[in-house]
Design a protein around this ligand. Structure first.
Ligand code: MLT
Length: 251
């Protein structure tokens, strides 16, 4: 069955599924496609990037099911899943729904817990604002939290462009799906899939303390990327890739 998800596929070797953050796209991973010896598969989630016209699923677990079907379509029964922030929530849903398909899990600038009541209320306010005035304000509002003060202009321009491509309905549907996601603590604790936890040292949305808490739940490799914010993989691509390559080499 053909999938509504636009895909970037690069390289040859064992597959890595790269799942992007909110509200950007697969171009978040341009630097990672240079990691040699792997087949990089990076979808634009529905509502984002080249999939902007597709509807975002009603839940993150449903988004995970869509990605599992897409990986079957591209001939990959097993793969390493890597998720940044919202992509990490979806990677945890993959772990819940199909642990047997994961050779490894890389959780980047993300957390395993569900939203607090306050976070949920903030998402609802953001949804109301987007429904009232459109999503034009989002890039300027979010950019300072997505990258650190060290990010150069090309990184900022790239992030802004990705946010501007997202559809308002994709943004609001994914906010609703994030607000209703379950806690994944037990899924993570019970799993023995090789695990890498990596965070930008200056991430203010999911600070390094979140990864440290996840690391306390079970055996994991834990790393920080210096001089990077929430989108560490884009902001400090070579340093991030070194951490990822060392993890991939160990599994
Ligand atoms: C993301 O980067 O995907 C978001 O910050 C995640 C969230 O809003 O919880």
């Amino acid at each position: 069955m053909s999938s509504p998800i636009a895909l970037t596929v690069r390289g040859r070797g064992p597959a890595i599924l790269w799942i992007h953050a909110f509200p950007v796209s697969s171009r978040l991973f341009v630097s990672q496609f240079a990691i040699d010896g792997y087949r990089h598969i990076a979808p634009d989630l529905p509502g984002f990037g080249a999939s902007a016209s597709a509807p975002f699923p009603h839940s993150l677990d449903a988004a995970a099911d869509q990605l599992l079907a897409m990986m079957t379509d591209v001939g990959e029964s097993q793969f390493v899943a890597a998720g940044v922030s919202m992509g990490g929530y979806i990677a945890l849903a993959l772990l819940r729904r199909a642990p047997e398909r994961l050779r490894g899990l890389m959780l980047c600038d993300t957390r395993e817990t569900a939203d607090t009541d306050e976070a949920r209320q903030n998402r609802m306010k953001q949804i109301e604002r987007i429904e009232r005035e459109g999503a034009g304000f989002l890039a300027a509002e979010m950019l300072p939290n997505l990258v650190s003060n060290h990010a150069d202009d090309s990184v900022r321009t790239r992030v802004r462009a990705m946010i501007q491509e997202a559809s308002p309905s994709g943004i609001t549907a994914s906010l609703r799906a994030m607000a209703s996601r379950p806690d994944s603590t037990e899924d993570l604790r019970r799993s023995d899939v090789p695990l890498l936890l990596v965070t930008g040292s200056e991430d203010t949305i999911t600070p390094p303390s979140e990864a440290k808490r996840m690391a306390s739940l079970r055996r994991a490799q834990l790393a920080e990327v210096d001089r990077a914010g929430h989108l560490a993989c884009l902001e400090q691509g070579p340093a991030f890739n070194e951490i990822v390559s060392s993890f991939l080499g160990s599994i």
